[in-house]
Design a protein around this ligand. Structure first.
Ligand SMILES: CSCC[C@H](NC=O)C(=O)O
Ligand SMILES: [Zn+2]
Ligand SMILES: [Zn+2]
Length: 450
């Protein structure tokens, strides 16, 4: 069998890691064999049975310094094979260099690029000053509660003394690399209406369907108001509140479908909501209670706030992307050293495990080095071009630049300390490892970690 970066990537893509039954055991043993070949230390942690966290370590020459952690998730979202031009776990390589696989972009590319970068650095004879860890975690696609959430709260994680995290980002359709400093808060909203049942031919007020449809109209109007801001170019998709219907449930089933001449007494709809760090969660909670599912319209609702990562006001934490975060200029320099350019840092439209790291007061950036690539995560026919993947390895290899921060504490502004201070666990350091501070942005107070 071929043993090239592309062959190794394709092998990793072939593990069937889709929910609801992701294969974790086989990709973990594959990664373990790769780690052994590279001489990395390896540990498998299991916070929940059969949901392993694989932790690889490349020890630095000064273990007292805060370490760098590269994270990626093992699991993938499902795929509908009949709608793909190549089977989603075949990792088919086409003559024009496209590698088709569920997970090619999200996020099996970075999982292997981290290892290939280490391989290249070892060939160059580079030895790290800081310790570099790589974590491979389960269940990110379903919220990370049995994966990253437990990992970051563990003694094992504490002992890593992590100072900075790189986690997944998203593809860029242009020449510039994208980087993400925050995620949006993921909420699930289920609204239910009840109402009088009756003959399908009768017109009366307060039917369950009527009540639900009124709510759907109100929510649709709100959605349009947010989307208009995006369409007018005033904000990016990830900077507004998104609310998208994901299911509708009503009607009285019959052997041929639904009973057509009966108005049901119950109706339900589900929505995916995402709140950027600039949105006030209390205002949305109020809107839901008063406008979207008001009791006066016989409505009830269930709000599933799949946080738990938030500041004291319930908003997602952000990592600073300016000079006051000593990791930022170094990260930028690493990209530029590889001949890359970064576009304006963004909030991620979706949600990743980075939020769990930020909650620990650790600065975390979302970064998947893919340029000139259509954004295909969770879509049919997800692919990544071989040339883009290989260039990504070069970019990640410049993570060696990250090693040159001697101590993140030195440049941090301690006067800004306000809330959620995190003590540095390194015995060599008396200062805080990471600070969480409150800063005004666009007239709104927001919390950052740096
Ligand atoms: C409840 S958190 C879910 C996490 C998931 N992550 C990637 O797609 C997402 O829907 O964004
Ligand atoms: Zn992902
Ligand atoms: Zn995903």
């Amino acid at each position: 069998q071929e043993d090239t970066p592309i062959a190794r990537f394709r092998r990793y893509l072939q593990f069937k890691t889709a929910h609801p039954n992701p294969n974790y055991a086989d990709p973990v043993s594959f990664l373990l064999s790769q780690a052994n070949a590279l001489g990395l230390q390896a540990r498998t942690l299991e916070f929940v049975p059969s949901k392993p966290v694989l932790l690889l370590t490349w020890p630095g020459s000064d273990p007292s310094l805060p370490s760098v952690l590269f994270n990626s998730h093992l699991d993938s979202v499902p795929a509908e094979p009949s709608k793909w031009i190549h089977p989603p776990f075949s990792a088919t390589l086409t003559p024009d260099g496209k590698i088709y696989a569920r997970g090619a972009q999200d996020d099996k590319c970075i999982a292997m690029q981290y290892l290939e970068a280490i391989r290249n650095l070892k060939v160059k004879g580079f030895t790290p000053l800081r310790t570099l860890h790589i974590s491979y975690v389960p269940d990110e696609e379903i919220g990370g509660f049995d994966g990253s959430a437990k990992f970051v709260k563990s003694k094992e994680f504490e002992d890593l003394n992590v100072g900075f995290v790189l986690d997944e980002g998203q593809a860029s359709t242009g020449d510039e690399f994208r980087v993400f400093y925050a995620d949006r808060s993921p909420w699930g909203l289920v609204i239910k209406a009840t109402g009088a049942p009756g003959h399908g031919s009768r017109m009366y007020d307060n039917g369950a369907m009527e009540n639900l449809m009124k709510s759907v109209e109100v929510i649709t109007k709100f959605r349009e108001s947010q989307f208009d801001v995006v369409k007018s170019g005033e904000a990016m998709n990830s900077e507004v509140i998104s609310v998208n219907p994901v299911y509708l449930k009503a009607g009285i089933p019959s052997p041929t479908g639904f009973v057509m001449n009966m108005q049901p007494s119950e109706a339900e709809a589900g929505f995916d909501l995402r709140l950027p760090p600039t949105a006030d969660p209390d205002l949305i909670r109020k809107r839901i209670a008063e406008e979207w599912a008001p009791a006066r319209r016989n409505m009830t609702y269930k709000l599933i706030e799949k946080g738990p990562i938030r500041d004291y006001k319930g908003r997602p934490l952000m990592t600073l992307t300016n000079e006051s975060n000593p990791w930022w200029p170094v990260f930028k320099q690493a990209i530029e050293a590889a001949g890359g350019k970064l576009s304006r840092p963004e909030i991620l439209a979706s949600t990743t495990d980075a939020r769990f790291m930020r909650e620990r007061g650790i600065p975390a950036l979302g970064f998947s080095p893919m340029t000139n690539t259509p954004i295909l995560l969770h879509d049919h026919n997800e692919f990544l071009k071989d040339t883009v993947y290989l260039r990504g390895i070069e970019v990640v290899s410049w993570a060696e630049v990250l090693q040159f921060i001697i101590d993140v504490c030195i440049n941090s502004d301690r006067n800004k300390l306000e809330w959620g201070q995190v003590k540095c666990s390194s015995p060599a350091c008396n200062l805080q490892k990471a600070f969480i501070s409150s800063i005004e942005v666009h007239g709104k107070e927001t919390l950052y970690v740096y």
